[in-house]
Design a protein around this ligand. Structure first.
Ligand code: NAD
Ligand code: GLY
Length: 360
């Protein structure tokens, strides 16, 4: 097991990464305020892992309650969030009860938001079960639900008190979901870790083949990058925004097609190609670099072309982005391979051309 630390002073917390961690109740117990836990999971993950987690806790004298939410991004909404509150109230959970989110990024984002709101804040533990959630969404305290007009628009910054990433849970993850997680792994290499990018160019096929050592290393390196960024800029006043490479374009794809049509990681991959294309048009990276990024995503079995929503629709959807300031769109672009910057001066004509060039 590897343990990393998210250095946030009094709110610092560990990220445990390893095999067989769902059964390691001893790692969870020190983080409970009282012997009560409310588990949030979904209809896919629940049948696979809920009982294992629950049995360990109950065996250690912890009283548990659980809610099983419907699966999918389309349910990352108010109605489903309310089902968590219904359970917490029906079970008479207290402010000191710990909420445990067992699942992928959708369960983690919703569970975290519920924890932030219930009785104005209850302790919260992330048990991520997808590659995407193990390398990204479980770390850093961004919690949210979607709104029909924009993704992740309603939410809060609320840090967990621990992240428990059991690599064994990836054994049941469908290939398409593994690929979606690889989009966020590749992101860290592109935005701030050229050494990791070079490693990925050599080892990506091992990740696709689910080589456990390679996966463990990639998860650890990704979490290390994420933890450093979050510790430096918890509430996204600066550097943290760089974690959104490809996301402004990608969120437009997700919202434009309807939530759940494309996976988040798939939209991020196609969106990153648009950001790379625009970076190339600004003269920052060359065509060979764009081709390198495309090759990585293709090896990860991710889409490298966006859907034809129409440029005007993309721009309209992108105007709802959280990075818009005073009505001005700011984009994360690649200044060079392994170094992203925030840029608010790209000409609208070039943004449109980059989108057009990367749609099929
Ligand atoms: P997800 O939570 O929908 O999980 C993907 C699918 O895999 C679902 O059907 C899920 O039920 C299933 N699943 C989960 N674990 C499984 C397992 N071990 N075995 C078999 N099936 C399993 O999607 P995701 O990719 O994990 O997360 C995407 C979400 O995360 C998006 O809503 C995105 O906005 C959010 N996100 C948040 C952050 C953040 O910082 N908070 C960062 C990135 C993404
Ligand atoms: N996934 C982007 C962030 O956590 O800031």
């Amino acid at each position: 097991m590897q343990t990393l630390n998210v250095a946030l002073g009094e709110r610092a917390y560990p990220i445990h990464i390893g095999r067989g961690l769902l059964g390691r109740t001893d790692l969870i117990l020190p983080h409970l305020k009282t012997r009560r836990v409310a588990i949030v999971t979904n209809a896919v993950v629940g049948p696979l892992y809920l009982e294992r987690l629950r049995a360990g806790l109950e065996g250690a004298g912890v009283r548990t309650a659980a809610v099983v939410l419907p699966d999918g991004e389309a349910h990352k909404d108010w109605e489903t969030l309310n089902r968590i509150f219904d359970m917490l109230l029906a079970e008479r959970c207290e402010r000191s009860t710990t909420l445990v989110a067992l699942g992928g990024g959708v369960v983690g984002d919703m569970g975290g938001f519920a924890a932030a709101c219930y009785q104005r804040g209850m302790p919260f533990i992330q048990v991520p079960t997808t590659l995407l959630s193990q390398v990204d969404s479980s770390v850093g305290g961004k919690t949210a639900i979607n709104h029909p007009l924009g993704k992740n628009m309603i939410g809060a910054f609320y840090q967990p008190s621990m992240v428990l990433a059991d690599i064994d849970t990836l054994d049941t993850l469908p290939d398409r979901e593994l690929s979606a997680g690889l989009a966020e792994v590749i992101k860290y290499g592109l935005i701030r870790d050229p050494e990791f990018l070079a490693w990925l160019e050599v080892n990506l096929d091992r990740l696709v083949a689910r080589d456990t050592d390679a996966l463990a290393w990639a998860i650890e390196r990704s979490c290390r990058n994420k933890a450093e960024v979050v510790a430096a800029d918890e509430t996204e006043q600066g550097e943290r925004a760089l974690l959104n490479l490809g996301h402004t374009f990608g969120h437009a794809i997700e919202t434009g097609l309807g939530y759940g049509e494309w996976l988040h990681g798939e939209a991020v991959a196609a969106g990153t190609m648009m950001a790379a294309e625009l970076s190339c048009r600004l003269g920052w990276i060359d065509a060979a670099a764009v081709a390198r990024i495309e090759a990585l995503f293709e090896r990860a079995r991710l889409p490298v072309w966006g859907p034809r929503l129409g440029v005007e629709r993309y721009v309209e959807l992108m105007s709802h982005d959280k990075k818009v300031e005073a009505g001005k769109l700011r984009l994360v672009l690649l200044r060079e391979m392994g170094r992203a910057v925030m840029h608010g001066e790209a000409p609208a004509s070039e943004i449109a051309a980059a989108i057009e060039a990367r749609c099929r």
